[in-house]
Ligand binder design. Structure first.
Ligand SMILES: [Zn+2]
Ligand SMILES: [Zn+2]
Length: 247
C-alpha cells in the first residue's frame, strides 16, 4: 500500500504536463494543470458533506444541500475538483467533443488533485468510469471519461475496470429534460457485473450536476453487491444551480 506522502508526491508530479495555462482560470501556469491559486481553491471550497455540490462558504459545518436533505443518496460520498463554470467548463466541453491528449492528461491531473484532497485516506478496490451506451460509444469511438479514469487509476496504482458497469439504455438526450424526467429515464439505465461483489468502488465521471447519473450508476453497482461506491468528478455545479445541461 502506497504511503500518503508518496501519493502526494505522485499527485504533484502528475500535475506536470505540457500545457501553458491553468485549466480553471487560464492564467499562465507552465507545466501545471492548475495554477497554485486554483489548487488552493480546490482545497478550500465548501462542499456538501454527502454529494459533490458546492455550497456557500457561510453555511454551518453540518449543513447538507437541499438535494441531500430531500433524499437518501445511493453513493457513500461524491466529490468534484472545482465548480463547473468559466474556463474549466469550456475545457470540459472541448474535451467531450474533441479529445486532445494534452487536455486528457491535464483533466486527469485535476481529478488526481481532487482525489488527494478528498479521498487520500480511503481504500478502493477498483476504479470504474461511468460508461456510455453502445450506440454512443460507436458514434464517438471512445468514452472520454474512461480516458480520464484510466490515467487516474494508473497514477493511483489501482485496478481499472470499465467492464464492471454497462449503460444498457441510451440516455443521450438528458440535457433537454427536467430533473424528474432525468431520474425516471436513468432508472435501470445501468447494469453492473456480479464480480463487483464486496468491492469498494471509485466511480469516475466528468461532471456532477443533479447527481442523477451518479445515483443510478451507484445503485446498479450496489445491487450487484458492491461494498461501497464513492464518486469522483472533475467538476460539479453549485447547489441549486440552474445549469444542468452537461450530465
Ligand atoms: Zn488557475
Ligand atoms: Zn448534497
Amino acid at each position: 500500500m502506497a504511503t500518503k506522502a508518496y501519493l502526494w508526491r505522485k499527485a504533484l508530479a502528475g500535475l506536470l504536463f505540457p500545457q501553458r495555462r491553468c485549466l480553471n482560470c487560464a492564467a499562465l501556469s507552465v507545466g501545471m494543470a492548475l495554477c497554485p491559486r486554483c489548487l488552493t481553491t480546490l482545497q478550500q471550497l465548501r462542499v456538501c458533506p454527502r454529494c459533490a455540490s458546492f455550497i456557500a462558504a457561510t453555511e454551518t459545518a453540518d449543513y447538507l444541500c437541499a438535494d441531500c436533505r430531500s433524499r437518501e443518496q445511493s453513493f457513500a460520498l461524491a466529490r468534484a475538483a472545482l465548480p463547473y463554470s468559466g474556463e474549466l467548463r469550456q475545457q470540459l466541453l472541448a474535451f467531450k467533443y474533441r479529445d486532445r491528449a494534452g487536455l486528457r492528461r491535464g483533466l486527469s491531473a485535476v481529478l488526481l488533485a481532487a482525489y488527494q484532497h478528498h479521498y487520500r485516506s480511503f481504500l478502493f478496490d477498483a476504479v470504474v468510469p461511468v460508461p456510455l451506451s453502445a450506440q454512443r460509444l460507436q458514434a464517438r469511438g471512445y468514452n472520454q471519461v474512461e480516458l480520464l479514469s484510466a490515467l487516474l487509476s494508473a497514477e493511483l496504482e489501482l485496478p481499472h475496470h470499465p467492464e464492471y458497469l454497462q449503460r444498457v439504455r441510451d440516455t443521450q438526450r438528458l440535457y433537454q429534460m427536467s430533473r424528474a424526467e432525468r431520474a425516471r429515464v436513468l432508472q435501470n439505465a445501468f447494469l453492473a457485473s456480479s464480480v463487483v461483489e464486496k468491492q469498494r468502488i471509485l466511480l469516475v465521471d466528468d461532471i456532477y450536476t443533479t447527481g442523477a447519473t451518479a445515483r443510478a450508476a451507484s445503485t446498479a453497482l450496489l445491487k450487484q453487491g458492491a461494498a461501497s461506491v464513492c464518486v469522483l468528478c472533475v467538476a460539479a455545479s453549485h447547489e441549486l444551480a440552474d445549469d444542468v445541461q452537461a450530465e
